[in-house]
Design a binder for this molecule. Structure first.
Ligand SMILES: NC(=O)c1ccc[n+]([C@@H]2O[C@H](COP(=O)([O-])OP(=O)(O)OC[C@H]3O[C@@H](n4cnc5c(N)ncnc54)[C@H](OP(=O)(O)O)[C@@H]3O)[C@@H](O)[C@H]2O)c1
Length: 291
């Protein structure tokens, strides 16, 4: 069977939903769209999309239903209003939310006779459908398998498990890592600027240093998974002293050390508990158990 002929629906035509619909249409998939504000559907109609008058009508038209709305409450509201239409549908929810939202929706879908796949999108609308787009999925493996061709045009897909919340756990954890790095970058830029060094001058050196440091994360990950924090290299006591120096320097430059102090406090806690010779990675114990 020519799988490009199976009907697909996109619910929500904001920046992401519009990019999803455009990509599906470009790849020859018959696509029905719906958006709360109808004007957003007009350019897609010109591109060959069928525009539905209601969310229920749109869901009834597509065997695969991609949902890209602002947030979980909006998804809940729209799906609740179209509950009669979801039976037999494969719902793929690309709306950002926590794992609890994904699990709640998976349960709701099951109670209404639909299959549920949660999607965490690592792309911006401009890169949907290109090699720069990747999407993690969790929930129904059957949906991921059956709609492989349609999902593949959106970006590189990885199925991370049957628990609907799992892709979201990956997502929020990865974003937490990203924001930690961005916090560090912003702090570094503020310290440099305080001494008349431009961010543009500093950044290539910082990027090079971080690039050299990234491979160590795989070694750190193994330590964390084994919960074996023995090290003869970067131990907690050394990092405690190093971070104290940086915090002192930052303050002396007039830059408050707000982004650095929380990590220092976690290290202090570990050292105070007698783990100064252990690897820096032991901080994960404080984050997980508060000890
Ligand atoms: N954009 C990205 O790069 C990106 C990347 C990864 C993940 N995401 C996630 O994808 C989701 C959508 O992002 P976006 O960039 O497309 O957002 P957006 O441009 O702000 O669009 C939001 C969409 O949600 C609709 N909406 C909001 N509240 C609603 C409600 N109560 N009932 C019905 N529709 C409602 C809006 O409809 P109206 O047009 O009527 O307002 C619009 O279609 C978000 O959860 C976002 O975090 C986005």
């Amino acid at each position: 069977m020519d799988t490009t002929q199976r009907p697909v629906t996109v619910i929500g035509l904001g920046n992401l939903g519009r990019a999803l619909a455009e990509t599906l249409l470009r790849n020859g998939h018959p696509t029905t769209v719906w958006n709360r504000s109808p004007a957003r559907a007009e350019p897609l109609a010109a591109g060959g999309a069928t525009v539905a008058a209601t969310a229920a009508e749109a869901i009834a038209a597509g065997e695969l239903v991609l949902v890209a709305l602002l947030d979980p409450p909006a998804v809940r509201e729209v799906l609740a209003g179209a509950a009669q239409a979801v039976r037999g549908r494969a719902l793929v929810n690309l709306t950002s939310g926590g794992p609890e939202h994904a699990r709640e929706l998976a349960g709701w879908a099951a109670r209404h006779g639909a299959q549920y796949l949660h999607a965490a999108v690592y792309a911006v609308p401009q890169t949907i459908g290109t090699a720069q787009s990747s999407i993690n999925y969790s929930g129904s493996a059957a949906v991921h398998e059956r709609w492989r061709d349609q999902l593949a045009v959106l970006g590189r897909g990885t199925f991370v498990g049957a628990d609907a919340g799992r892709a979201s756990v990956h997502d929020v954890a990865i974003l937490a890592g990203m924001y930690g790095m961005l916090g560090g970058f912003l702090h570094a830029a503020a310290m440099a600027k305080a001494e008349g060094i431009s961010a543009a001058e500093l950044t290539p050196m910082l990027v090079s240093w971080l690039g050299d440091a990234f491979p160590a994360l795989s070694t750190f990950a193994e330590e964390i998974d084994r919960a074996d924090y023995t090290t003869d290299e970067s131990n907690l006591a050394i990092n405690q002293a190093g971070l104290a120096t940086i915090i002192h320097a930052s303050r002396s430059l007039g830059v408050p050390a707000d982004t650095l102090v929380p990590l220092k406090e976690l290290i202090d806690k570990q050292v105070a508990a007698g783990h100064g010779a252990a690897s820096l990675t032991r901080v994960v114990e404080s984050l997980r158990k508060g000890t």
